[in-house]
Design a protein. Structure first.
Length: 149
């Protein structure tokens, strides 16, 4: 049982951490793919909004503990496995999954549709989850390629 096990998106946080541990290079590549000039501005705005939402949620002590534990776990996995890029991608995903209880719906969207939705809706959770969706799609592709060999 983790400190974040009681959160609505606990399963998805565990999924992010597990995939970060098994495919750190893909998470790093996903962050690099996400980070261009237009997305950088959107990410900063989404991060600020997520921080505000997380701050409001911080009144609940259990969320504080869960957030810290999940982000520490992501940091530990990333530092053991890969460069800072993977850490940034995973932290963005975990922040969205903690701050926005309904954000897991974006993990099921194809990346191209999520990018459009993030622009149209200006939903911070959608923007923060773009690197995670890129990483998860690339992990799925890689695993399918390994099965066909």
């Amino acid at each position: 049982m983790n400190a974040w096990s009681h959160l609505p998106n606990a399963h998805h946080i565990d999924r992010v951490l597990e995939s970060l541990k098994s495919h750190p290079e893909i998470w790093g590549e996903a962050w690099v793919a996400f980070k261009d000039a237009t997305r950088l501005a959107a990410r900063d705005a989404a991060r600020d909004a997520a921080r505000l939402a997380a701050f409001d949620a911080a009144l609940d002590a259990a969320r504080d503990v869960a957030r810290d534990a999940a982000l520490d776990a992501a940091r530990d996995v990333a530092f053991d496995a890969v460069q800072d890029a993977a850490l940034y991608a995973a932290r963005s995903a975990i922040a969205a999954l903690i701050a926005y209880d309904d954000s897991s719906k974006y993990l099921d969207m194809p990346c191209d549709k999520l990018r459009v939705w993030a622009i149209l809706s200006e939903d911070p959770a959608a923007v923060l989850l773009i690197p995670a969706v890129i990483a998860l799609e690339n992990i799925t592709k890689k695993e399918k390629q390994l099965l066909t060999i």
